[in-house]
Design a binder for this molecule. Sequence first.
Ligand SMILES: NC(=O)c1ccc[n+]([C@@H]2O[C@H](COP(=O)([O-])OP(=O)(O)OC[C@H]3O[C@@H](n4cnc5c(N)ncnc54)[C@H](O)[C@@H]3O)[C@@H](O)[C@H]2O)c1
Length: 267
Amino acid sequence: MGKLEGRVALVTGGLRGIGLAIATRFVAEGAQVLIADLDAAGSEAVGETVAALGERAAYISANVTDEASWQGIADHMRDTYGAAHILVNNAGIDLTGPVETLSLEAWRRIMAVNVDGVFLGTRALVPLMAQSGAGVAGGASIINISSIMGLVGYSEVSAYNASKGAVRLFTKGIAIEFATKRMPIRANSLHPGFVKTPLLNAGFQRWVDKGFAQKPEDLVAAMEAATPIRRLAEPSELAGPALFLASADASYVTGAELVVDGGWTAQ
Ligand SMILES: NC(=O)c1ccc[n+]([C@@H]2O[C@H](COP(=O)([O-])OP(=O)(O)OC[C@H]3O[C@@H](n4cnc5c(N)ncnc54)[C@H](O)[C@@H]3O)[C@@H](O)[C@H]2O)c1
């Protein structure tokens, strides 16, 4: 029997990368998984991705920065499944650039997706999660995807640093709020290191375009050399830690930060 049998999960940004790896693992562990992402429902990418996940996966088109999208998700989960046990606020964007040339528009965009999205998702689903969490071992679980960049600073990543640091402390705030009010919802942040996804690849390409390296492979080699485990993570290596936080195995874990970075921040 899977560790998430009978549970309903929402994964934002679940069409690719870390979100897709988490959705895949949750389905394999018995959960019903609803993916929310930007693509239109019925598009080729959505059709293929959701079909590959099997019958217990479904898709809803949503922009996490949009309040109305979140109302739609909450209504859909209540009407279709009558429950929400797990929320993975995974959708995120990165952005690099020196602070003195960073536009206010770019700053606001990253805050909108990475911070507003996490807040809006939490607010929208907490009423249903509080009801649903009472019926499962370990309670309901919110997993907010922060980053190692939410723990330490990095050159030319200040906006991303700020957004992921906000996710980290927002998570601790709600964890204490729910525990104090005896609401059956745990909340934890997950902090990936460098993970082989389209987001990381796009970031490497931007650094190449700026002339910081000749080719993306040079940057991969540099990141590997800077990581004690000496390699980048596969997206699937984030799925197990997310499963732990989602399941009853983590029944006493709330307000914690789980770092999955091959030792990068331990140095
Ligand atoms: N890849 C890494 O090295 C790394 C490291 C640390 C943290 N993270 C974090 O992990 C999360 C996932 O990253 P990834 O590397 O898988 O990214 P990715 O770009 O490969 O995938 C992100 C997904 O989120 C979706 N998305 C983006 N904006 C959205 C919005 N406004 N509404 C709904 N969906 C939206 C995208 O369409 C995409 O499917 C992000 O929060 C990212 O900051 C990634």
